[in-house]
Design a protein. Structure first.
Length: 512
């Protein structure tokens, strides 16, 4: 499938309007004099407290971008287990958001996120087949109190450490796809033990490969409209240091129609594009050729309540347009469709996710971030399961319709039509291709299981996944590695807590 929201001439109008905004309006920097000095020294103008970006400078910096078809991304700290292509049209789907609450299916109501949710969320995410990464932050209730600090989960005994390792390994048995570290929401000691658990599961060489890519991306986000905070702006200066490894700079303004940007679709896209182009210019001035990503996380504002509404259908349209504009510059794209405005799992949540995901995939967004309720503020394990199912269905139809001779099936049509009754059901051709061109699962079709409520079915699956942590760890090699790590933990109970340099090497050195 392929969809477009803009014609070529529309994209060019938005591009030219964005250049005008940057040259005439410019960008406001809050308490970032070093960044301002750097930009002025490289061709920008300082006027009236703002930095103006000449059109020719922006165009020159766009020419410094690398060939996107050669780029891959898959930072393990975001839950990626492998590298994915950022070529035009190559899509992968991930979890999105900053969840403050979790929907409790049994209680039928949301509750605050707490530290104990980290391990459950990591495990559920690991079992999703089509949502390939987990960059969602849980914002714990303890962090929102006056103290503002999360509770640290500690492991002060060998039994406690061993139990964590065993539950982590048992919960992930049978998962065939490569796993990232899925430790974004873990406390410090959980991060260390989960790192060792991944080595036990996949081997020391796999862990070394993951660690070599650890946190080599940079978030570089403006504040709409056309501003940079004192904390964000100086990040670009890190790129001046050759020792700072960076595989990708991710730029993701968050324009909100009618509040932080114009209410018109074209106006929102123009301002958003100007903010991205300003960031691209800054990044390419600091390190020419560094891979850069065109991000979009904007949405309409429901002006009846002044709340952001990611589930609105216009969000999908904006994301389609953003992908087209990114493609115009040869930039990979990161978009956020399919995050429902619904505050609970149900028909509305499923529909808003399906519509948004369908548009994002048809547009060819590279990283598609989705699945979080309440406009990216509420996590639901059941909705993650349902979204994973929806993603599987959409990915199955997002490719081409094959028109090779075997798929056209002229000979099969002739053979079956010549028979009395003319059934194709038991033909070898049907058995060969039935699962390529038709998607089967217990959520779809006419089987009895598909008639059950999707969210009730998802809740059963959630319970099954979480119960796996109590299963015993199996596999001779896994058990051997587990014993080796526990032996080393008994010898050195300090290095794994401090996590200095390549701390993990000591604990996996006995692996065969």
């Amino acid at each position: 499938m392929h969809i477009q929201a803009l014609r070529a001439e529309d994209i060019e109008r938005i591009h030219q309007a964005s250049l005008t905004v940057l040259a005439d309006v410019g960008v406001l920097f809050h308490k970032a004099p070093q960044v301002e000095e750097f930009l002025v020294a490289n061709g920008c103008r300082a006027e009236g407290g703002r930095i103006r970006f000449p059109a020719e400078l922006v165009e020159d910096c766009l020419q410094r971008l690398p060939d996107r078809d050669t780029l891959t991304f898959g930072d393990p700290s975001l839950g990626y287990g492998e590298q994915f292509s950022l070529a035009k049209g190559a899509s992968n789907i991930t979890i999105n958001g900053n969840a403050y609450t979790i929907y409790d299916h049994q209680a039928g109501a949301p509750r605050h996120c707490v530290e104990a949710d980290s391990d459950e969320f990591s495990l559920i995410a690991a079992h999703l087949k089509n949502l390939v990464a987990d960059p969602c932050d849980l914002v714990f209730h303890s962090e929102r109190t006056s103290a503002g600090r999360r509770k640290q989960i500690t492991f002060d005994s060998a039994d406690a450490r061993g139990e964590f390792l065993r539950r982590w390994l048992a919960g992930r048995q049978g998962i065939e796809r490569p796993l990232g570290l899925n430790v974004r929401n873990y406390s410090s000691q959980e991060v260390a033990l989960a790192t060792l658990a991944l080595a036990i599961r996949d081997g020391a060489a796999t862990l070394e490969q993951r660690m070599s890519l650890w946190e080599q991306y940079i978030w570089f986000n403006p504040l709409s409209p056309l501003q940079w905070h004192a904390e964000q702006a100086p990040i670009v200066l890190e790129l001046l240091d050759p020792a700072r490894k960076c595989t990708l700079v991710i730029i993701s303004p968050e324009v909100m129609m009618g509040t932080s940007c114009p209410v018109t679709l074209a106006g929102a896209l123009t301002q958003h594009n100007a903010e991205v182009l300003a960031a691209v210019t800054m990044v390419q001035l600091a390190r020419p050729g560094v891979p850069t990503m065109y991000g979009f996380v904007g949405a309409p504002t429901d002006l009846r309540t002044a709340d952001i509404s990611h589930g609105s259908i216009e969000t999908g349209l904006l994301n389609v347009a953003a992908v087209q504009i990114a493609d115009r510059y040869g930039l990979p794209s990161r978009i956020c469709p399919g995050n429902p405005s619904a505050k609970a799992p149900g028909a509305r949540a499923a529909v808003e996710t399906a519509l948004g995901l369908a548009l994002g995939l048809a547009a060819g967004g590279n990283i598609i971030m989705t699945a979080i309720l309440d406009s990216t503020l509420m996590l639901s394990y059941e909705h993650l399961i349902v979204t994973d199912e929806i993603a599987g269905q959409l990915l199955n139809i997002n490719g081409e319709i094959h028109t090779d001779a075997d798929s056209l099936a002229v000979e099969v049509i002739a053979a079956c039509s010549a028979q009395s009754g003319g059934s194709f059901a038991f033909n070898e051709h049907t058995l060969k291709h039935m699962k390529r061109d038709i998607y089967y699962s217990d959520f779809t079709g006419r089987v009895a299981a598909s008639q059950e409520d999707w969210y009730d079915k998802a809740h059963t699956r959630v319970k099954d996944i979480l119960a796996r942590r109590s299963d015993g760890v199996t596999g001779a090699e896994t058990l051997e590695r587990l014993a080796a790590v526990e032996k080393r933990l008994a010898e050195d109970d300090r290095s794994w807590r401090a996590k200095a340099n390549d701390w993990w090497r000591f604990y996996v050195q006995d692996f065969a």
